[in-house]
Design a binder for this molecule. Structure first.
Ligand SMILES: Nc1ncnc2c1ncn2[C@@H]1O[C@H](COP(=O)(O)OP(=O)(O)OP(=O)(O)O)[C@@H](O)[C@H]1O
Ligand SMILES: [Mg+2]
Length: 247
């Protein structure tokens, strides 16, 4: 187990439903509710590079728990219910749509590589990309026709997902800029509730976003781990401070 000895699981925790690279998902007595536990484990390059980032689970839990209610208040439905403990949050159980949604404000990462566009080049309008959520295949880039054809989501669902992803971008970009952070790009996951409606699921954290300091362009996210830049823990802690201490 990766938890420190003092970690006490929440009494509502039921059976482990899923263990991913960064989180565990547990059932509860209510089939409509899951508990998500955030781990310190970090992976990159589809699991090839692995390590622990001290404090990451608590930080990503806290950042997500601070942001999701504000997205809700801005009219974006999410799976978030409440933060339960340092590492745990209660969420609505969803059927995850197996399509990862990437929204880009500025060229970076795989986009820069694929298209030979220098990292840091601003994009005149946001770009939404889709990947098939498959560790075995390394989350390959797809388009929405592929997702519809292979039955991963309907055209209506994908239109809603795109609309919500852009709303998240419209909320988060000025939110972070007010805190001295450029939101370069980010990855979202969406899920379906029992009534079929689409909600934002998973997390928003330095694991899933690229954050650059607005003054210095210093990277404040998982690229510090991916690229061996050092100062990973400090960058995550600084992001939590900026998110929760406000402008
Ligand atoms: N509300 C929810 N209901 C059900 N599953 C969820 C919910 N929110 C997130 N998940 C899923 O829980 C898992 C979270 O674990 P983690 O982030 O560690 O996964 P991962 O290693 O990134 O792997 P994966 O490729 O499966 O996402 C993900 O598969 C995510 O899709
Ligand atoms: Mg994940």
């Amino acid at each position: 187990m990766t938890q420190p000895a003092h970690f006490q699981p929440h009494p509502d925790l039921g059976e482990l439903r899923y263990e991913g690279k960064a989180k565990r998902v547990y059932a509860t007595a209510d089939p409509a509710v899951y508990i998500v536990e955030y781990k310190d484990d970090a992976t990159a390059f589809n699991g090839v590079k692995k390590a622990q980032i001290g404090g990451k689970g608590a930080i990503n839990n806290a950042i997500t728990a601070a942001i999701y209610p504000q997205l809700e208040a801005a009219g974006i439905p999410t799976h978030f219910i409440e933060k339960l403990s340092e590492r745990e949050q209660r969420v609505k159980a969803v059927e995850i749509v197996p399509v990862e949604v990437i929204v880009r404000n500025v060229a970076a990462g795989s986009f820069s590589k694929r298209l030979n566009i220098e990292e840091g080049t601003p994009l005149p309008r946001p770009v939404v990309e889709y990947c098939y959520k498959s560790d075995a295949l390394g989350d390959p880039l797809i388009n929405t026709d592929t997702a519809v054809s292979l039955g991963w989501a309907t055209e209506t669902e994908l239109a809603r997902i795109r609309e919500l992803a852009l709303q998240v971008r419209d909320f988060l970009t000025p939110f972070f800029l007010a805190r001295g952070i450029k939101l370069i790009d980010f990855k979202l996951e969406f899920g379906k509730l029992a009534d079929g409606s689409i909600v934002l699921a998973d997390e928003i954290s330095p694991d899933t976003c690229r954050f650059w300091d607005a003054e210095t362009n210093e990277k404040m996210d998982k690229d510090r781990f991916r690229r061996d830049l050092g100062g990973v823990e400090d960058a995550y802690a600084e992001m939590l401070k900026r998110v929760t201490q406000g402008v």
